[in-house]
Design a protein around this ligand. Structure first.
Ligand code: FAD
Length: 392
């Protein structure tokens, strides 16, 4: 039995499980908009969830501990919000890919096309050229592979998508839903900015400092190394849960499937690969990509360097869940867990894990901001409290 009596005095009103961006923004918005007090707990020994960054003690390089994170959004309110709490410096992610034929620019753009096919095509010519490559016999793509072939044809698909997808998801692309590749994955210009967003950057002192500032409010208490247990709920008016949905129910219906990633670290002096992210789509290469973290802070100078070779695998019970697989069986299980969640009294489920979606930082921040407004308005008007199950 967990005793939270020392924190359950009248000052503490809501419990927020998870000190990632979702939990931090919830706590701050509740504090600022309604003067609500919260206790934020996290089972880890640090705040910021998977966005946690820290300087390496030896090299001084800012390391993204759970994989590289680049902030990007089209929402001006979300951009203004994060800039209240951090000094976001301009950063454009220009990803490269090493394949047998050489090093190419990603996402596939006019440079990639002209280099790959040995052509000198204009944007209009390239569009026509790729349209001819595309498999027009596919009208209703049934899976990821068919979707890619319909858009870009076999050569580009095999060179840049097939092997990478197999490694990342651990299955044949024909087993994955077409929706994973929902838009045309090619640009007919030399724009090699990985993201299409209006606002983009990386905080000068890392994401953990940003989250620490969001959490720094007299109404917010943070308790680390504290795992949620159900008997904690009774000390609070409401629980906002941002951990894994199946974990909340002790996996009683089974486990939602995720892919996880792990890294092999390489330390060197100088420059390891000359770019922040290098992808390796070739199926014979066992890893998916290498990220070199000092390139995420081009405004800093470091003699040493740290590169992380990234591998992908199935998520075991002790691994960190990263990418929700959302296969048909997962969606059935998810629907069953949502029914259980809807029956929970005074608990809201938010964030990437509790709603079992891949969500970027700007999305969880935006959702938390919007959710607090809807939740406060529903409370004030005596309406049913909102849920966060959209787009499932
Ligand atoms: C490899 C990788 C790269 C990414 N790159 C980008 C990127 O470039 N740009 C971008 O915008 N987004 C990126 N993302 C997405 C980003 O990590 C998420 O949007 C963000 O972490 C979501 O925040 P969250 O608070 O919902 O979840 P999390 O960050 O996962 O936080 C949830 C927290 O809840 C805690 N918790 C869970 N269960 C319990 C429990 N029972 N009790 C107590 N605490 C609990 C966890 O310890 C965790 O700290 C990337 C994700 C991955 C996997």
């Amino acid at each position: 039995m967990t005793n939270l009596s020392q924190v359950s005095d009248s000052e503490q009103r809501v419990l927020i499980v998870g000190a990632g961006f979702s939990g931090a923004v919830l706590a701050r918005q509740l504090a600022e908009l309604a003067n609500i007090k919260s206790l934020v707990i996290d089972s880890r020994e640090h705040i910021a969830g998977n966005c946690h960054t820290e300087r390496d003690a030896e090299t001084g390089i800012m390391i993204h501990r759970y994989g590289p994170h680049i902030f990007h959004t089209n929402r001006a309110d979300v951009w203004d919000y994060v800039n209240r709490f951090g000094d976001f410096r301009p950063f454009v992610n220009r990803v490269k890919a090493t394949i047998d034929q050489g090093v190419f620019s990603l996402p596939v753009n006019l440079h990639t096309i002209n280099q790959f096919f040995g052509t000198n095509l204009s944007p209009a010519e390239a569009r026509e050229f790729i349209e001819q490559k595309a498999d027009t016999s596919i009208t209703e793509p049934a899976n990821f592979e068919e979707q890619a072939l319909k858009f870009i044809g076999r050569e580009l698909y095999e060179a840049f998508f097939q092997g990478y997808t197999k490694k990342q998801w651990g299955c044949d692309p024909r087993e994955l839903p077409a929706a994973i590749l929902s838009r045309l994955p090619v640009r007919f210009s030399y724009d090699d900015n990985y993201y299409n967003s209006s606002f983009q950057g990386i905080p000068a002192e890392g994401y953990t400092e940003v989250v620490a500032k969001i959490l720094s409010h007299p109404n917010i208490e943070v308790r680390l190394n504290t795992r949620y247990e159900h008997d904690m709920a009774k000390s609070f008016d409401h629980v906002f849960y941002t951990g894994p949905l199946d974990g909340y129910f002790d996996h009683r219906l089974g486990r939602l499937s995720y892919r996880t990633v792990f890294w092999e670290e390489k330390r060197a002096t100088g420059d390891f690969q000359g770019v922040a992210v290098m992808n390796y789509p070739n199926p014979e290469v066992p890893y998916t990509r290498i990220h070199e973290h000092k390139h995420f802070t081009p405004w800093e100078k470091h003699e040493a360097t740290q590169a992380f070779v990234e591998y992908s695998k199935e998520t075991g019970p002790d691994d960190i869940p990263y990418y929700p697989k959302r296969l048909p069986a997962d969606k059935e299980l998810l629907a069953a867990y949502i029914e259980l969640a809807k029956a929970e009294h005074k608990v809201s489920f938010l964030g990437r894990l509790a709603t079992y979606r891949y969500l970027d930082m700007h999305q969880v921040i935006g959702e938390a901001m919007d959710f607090v407004e809807r939740w406060l308005s529903a409370k004030e008007n005596g309406e049913a409290l909102p849920e966060c199950w959209q787009g499932l």
